[in-house]
Write a protein of this length. Structure first.
Length: 367
């Protein structure tokens, strides 16, 4: 049987139910510093969860302790209710894809994909069939006999993904798998990863520092900070209802403006806005307002255009208010403000998050 005949066979649907993964109170220290500090997270069966956070937040450490590449100092990791904290990597049945493609240069794409099956002593005909099917799944069914130097970066990462999936692992681990690719290929491959993960129903942990990737790929996103999770939720929940000022600032772009909470409303430049958290106590605050929640108007808050950038499907315009405050707006491309132009803007009235401040100059407080 040649590789062309092999590639005509399609991968079969997953035969095992999705796997539940649970971190409970996991602690990991390096030289006395806690990379994970009582880390708790549950991945539901068939779910894709993205770990998002700044450098040093612990997201890659969480993936590595799940993979068994790092030991834990406290807490437990269970897979379908069984504690695997003491098991070696080879006994955890996980597929891993990393930032570097890590293909064997002396092996063809098909042989790279077959490698894990060979280690499991799968018979040659069966492993070639499964390798070809796995390559077909990632759109490389005609690349079985090509070597790494004959493949682009995006194709090499697809081979790495096929290699991770061919053994039918219980859990798929992706550690910043797209960061070495150019922007267009990165978007294409993240969509492919999401399609494949959804079709297979494989429980997946996706580590990234790119919020666009996290929001596009994951069912839920866990934003990490200082070794623990600041907030976990759907992409929509994180963006529209951030639980803390850190989330509001880290996920998406926000305008941070001095304001005043009074009677469960935020007062900003004479406008009263609803609060995401109505229980916020009265007093001076910093208000976070998304760029799409400010719009141009015939009258309202006076501003001067600083810059306006074309971003394809939208424009992002920077404004300066009379008191020097800078605002960012996102709006349709048909509106094309010019630098130096005087304009008016209004707030749309969308709910806002706030951060309590001890002292603040709140020029817009109403008497």
């Amino acid at each position: 049987m040649n590789s062309q005949q092999l590639t005509a066979q399609q991968p079969t649907a997953p035969t095992r139910p999705g796997t539940v993964v649970e971190f409970t109170g996991v602690v990991k220290e390096f030289s006395g510093m806690r990379a994970l500090d009582g880390f708790n997270l549950t991945l539901h069966a068939g779910e894709c969860v993205a770990l998002l956070g700044p450098s040093g937040s612990g997201k890659t450490t969480a993936l590595r302790v799940l993979a068994g590449l790092e030991s834990t100092d406290a807490g437990s990791i269970t897979i379908d209710g069984i504690d695997v904290s003491a098991l070696s990597t080879s006994k955890r049945d996980m597929g891993m894809v990393f930032q570097s493609y890590s293909l064997f240069p002396h092996l063809s794409a098909g042989e790279n994909v077959e490698f894990g099956l060979r280690m499991r002593k799968i018979k040659p005909a069966e492993r070639r069939r499964r390798a070809a099917a796995s390559l077909a799944m990632v759109g490389l069914d005609d690349h079985f006999d090509r070597f790494a130097h004959q493949l682009s970066g995006g194709q090499q990462q697809r081979v790495a993904l096929a290699r991770a999936l061919v053994t039918e692992p219980r859990v798929l681990l992706l550690d910043e798998p797209l960061s070495a690719l150019d922007a267009k290929v990165r978007v294409q491959l993240r969509d492919e990863i999401r399609r494949i993960q959804t079709e297979l129903g494989i429980t997946t942990l996706f580590v990234t520092h790119d919020q666009d990737e996290a929001l596009a790929v994951a069912d839920r996103v866990a934003v990490m900070r200082a070794g623990n999770i600041e907030q976990v939720g759907t992409p929509e929940e994180l963006y529209s209802r951030p639980a803390t000022p850190f989330i509001a600032d880290f996920v998406g772009l926000s305008n941070r403006i001095d304001g005043l909470v009074r009677s469960a409303r935020a007062e900003v430049y004479g406008t009263s806005l609803p609060l995401i958290d109505p229980a916020t106590p009265d007093g001076p605050v910093t208000v976070s307002i998304r760029p799409e929640d400010i719009e141009f108007a015939a009258e309202g808050l006076a501003a001067t255009v600083v810059t306006s950038s074309f971003l394809g499907s939208l424009r992002r315009t920077t404004l300066r208010l009379a008191d020097g405050t800078i605002l960012f707006l996102q709006h349709g491309v048909r509106v094309h403000p010019k630098a130096g132009e005087n304009v008016f803007v209004n707030f749309t009235g969308a709910p806002v998050s706030t951060e309590r401040v001890e002292t603040a100059s709140v020029a817009q407080q109403q008497s």
